[in-house]
Design a protein around this ligand. Structure first.
Ligand SMILES: Cc1cc2nc3c(=O)[nH]c(=O)nc-3n(C[C@H](O)[C@H](O)[C@H](O)COP(=O)(O)OP(=O)(O)OC[C@H]3O[C@@H](n4cnc5c(N)ncnc54)[C@H](O)[C@@H]3O)c2cc1C
Length: 461
């Protein structure tokens, strides 16, 4: 048995009282807070970092994936407002019908600050959620730890947007994690950015090796490599492997995208971390940072030495936050599954929709539990997510938004992309506000009313 000690009970100060507290100022949480504040709620975000955006900014996850027919990352609402503001700031770019939502993660921090200040959202940065204070099936408040010590914050409604369901789990909400067969989670990635890239040279090389895609042009340049397909860069990878400059494990999945707003820079969706991948285990997270940076050094050196245009490139930044695809998923009033994706399920209380397919990045054998054809998305057009996916069992004043909402392992692998999660965030904010105003629990809130509020704000749902 592991050693343990008793933590002595103590009195702690109540540092504030709010209508709505959102734990996690990330992809879903920040939109939830804006939506709640716009409905007149005294709203607080509790965020561990010193900036907003979560995976989008701290884990350097760009670009937004397409979620709707026409290859767009937005179906309207606050997500669309953010998209437009980013375009105006020259921090994003679009090619209608082909790509949009490629963005500069640094500028997103500033834009999200602006949205929150305009809506009157209060923010507590550098504050780590520690515990839920539960009383008769309700969360009275939360305990946070910061430089100011251990403090309590009280709320009428709480939104858990921590990505890992930290609040829900602390409050006793049932959850699952990983794939059904053995609980193995999807691979993590420690993303990084490189600057100093000569795009003219890189694009000329890609035009030559991939003429059917020419002209390759900044700001939409993407390259990739995996072992199971042939890519324009494949010969370079084979040579580097032969030369012993990278290992198979380093480049098992390689992908990078240009960053509109950041000339000369690319963002890398790699390296992958494929063992010890519990995103809610501090040892696994520490291992991922160290191992990830070791791999980044080798991958960056490979780019400099083998890819035309990278000769003077340098590592600009390794993500401060490990990119976590999947950890804990709460069990809620509805569990969104592979079947919903494949059948394009529609719901009366739909609050988001998407057409991103199931996308499982390792473990290798973790394929979806049902057979499907490659082009199934064209047949269903899109699937919807019901409001009930955000309403957890057991606790009465909590909503859970983001990649930790109520889904199966396979369902989560489709719904976890940013455009869907931002839209769910907007719905969670409206639902929390309605619950406060009408003195309801989120379970009693009529999801069709939330759908209507989304429509009123321009969401095509
Ligand atoms: C490597 C990788 C590549 C991806 N690629 C894409 C892509 O190309 N396009 C796309 O659309 N999606 C992509 N995704 C998916 C998408 O980015 C995420 O699923 C999504 O951003 C998660 O949103 P979220 O709101 O659930 O969590 P997050 O955005 O991670 O927000 C969680 C927030 O909670 C905070 N937090 C957590 N715990 C605490 C605590 N205890 N106390 C205080 N604060 C806390 C965090 O700091 C963070 O700000 C990718 C994901 C990964 C990991």
């Amino acid at each position: 048995m592991k050693q343990s000690i008793n933590e002595p009970a103590r009195q702690i100060p109540v540092a504030g009282e709010y209508d709505v507290i959102v734990v996690g100022g990330g992809t879903g949480g920040v939109v939830a807070a804006i939506a709640a504040a716009r409905k007149g709620m005294n709203t607080l975000i509790v965020e561990q970092f010193g900036f907003l955006g979560g995976s989008q900014t701290a884990a350097l996850v760009t670009p937004l994936m397409s979620i709707a027919p026409g290859n767009t990352s937005s179906i309207g609402g606050i997500n669309e407002e953010i998209r437009q503001r980013m375009l105006k700031a020259n921090a994003s770019a679009e090619q209608p019908g082909i790509a949009d939502g490629w963005f500069d993660p640094e500028m997103l921090k500033y834009v999200l600050d602006d949205f929150c200040m305009e809506a009157g959202v209060k923010i507590r940065f550098h504050s780590f959620f520690s515990e839920a204070i539960v009383d008769e099936g309700r969360i009275k408040g939360i305990i946070v730890q910061s430089k100011s010590g251990r403090q309590a914050l009280l709320a009428k409604q709480v939104i858990d947007a921590s990505g890992d369901a930290d609040v829900a789990v602390s409050a006793g909400v049932p959850y699952e994690a990983g794939r059904k067969v053995d609980g193995m989670n999807q691979a993590m990635s420690l993303r990084f950015n490189m600057g100093g890239i000569d795009f003219d040279k890189l694009c000329a090389y890609l035009d030559q090796t991939e003429p059917q895609m020419a002209p390759h042009q900044w700001p939409f340049v993407e390259t990739a490599f995996t072992f199971d397909k042939e890519y324009p860069l494949s010969p370079l990878f084979r040579k580097a492997l032969e030369d012993g400059k990278v290992t198979e494990e380093d480049v098992v999945y390689f992908q990078n995208f240009s960053l509109p707003g950041c000339p000369g820079m690319m963002s890398f969706n790699c390296p992958r971390i494929t063992n010890r991948v519990k995103g809610y285990d501090v040892d696994d997270l520490s291992n991922a940072q160290i191992l990830g940076r070791q791999k980044i050094r080798r991958v960056a050196a490979f780019c400099k030495n083998y890819i035309p245009g990278f000769e003077n490139a340098y590592i600009a930044l390794a993500a401060p936050m490990v990119g976590i695809r999947e950890t804990r998923r709460i069990i809620g009033e509805y569990v969104f599954s592979a079947e919903d994706v494949l059948h394009g399920s529609r719901f009366e209380d739909a609050v988001a929709r998407g057409n991103y397919p199931m996308d499982i990045h390792q473990p290798k054998k973790a394929n979806v539990s049902v057979e499907f054809e490659e082009d199934f998305i064209s047949k269903i057009e899109y699937y919807e997510l019901p409001y009930r996916c955000m309403v957890p069992l057991k606790i009465d004043n909590l909503l859970v938004v983001g990649r930790c909402s109520s889904t199966t392992f396979e369902g989560q692998s489709a719904m976890r992309v940013q455009g869907i999660i931002r839209t769910m965030g907007e719905a969670a904010g409206y639902a929390a506000a309605l619950a406060v105003k009408d003195n309801l629990t989120p379970r009693q809130v009529d999801g069709t009313l939330i759908r209507q509020q989304l429509r009123d704000n321009g969401v095509k749902i």
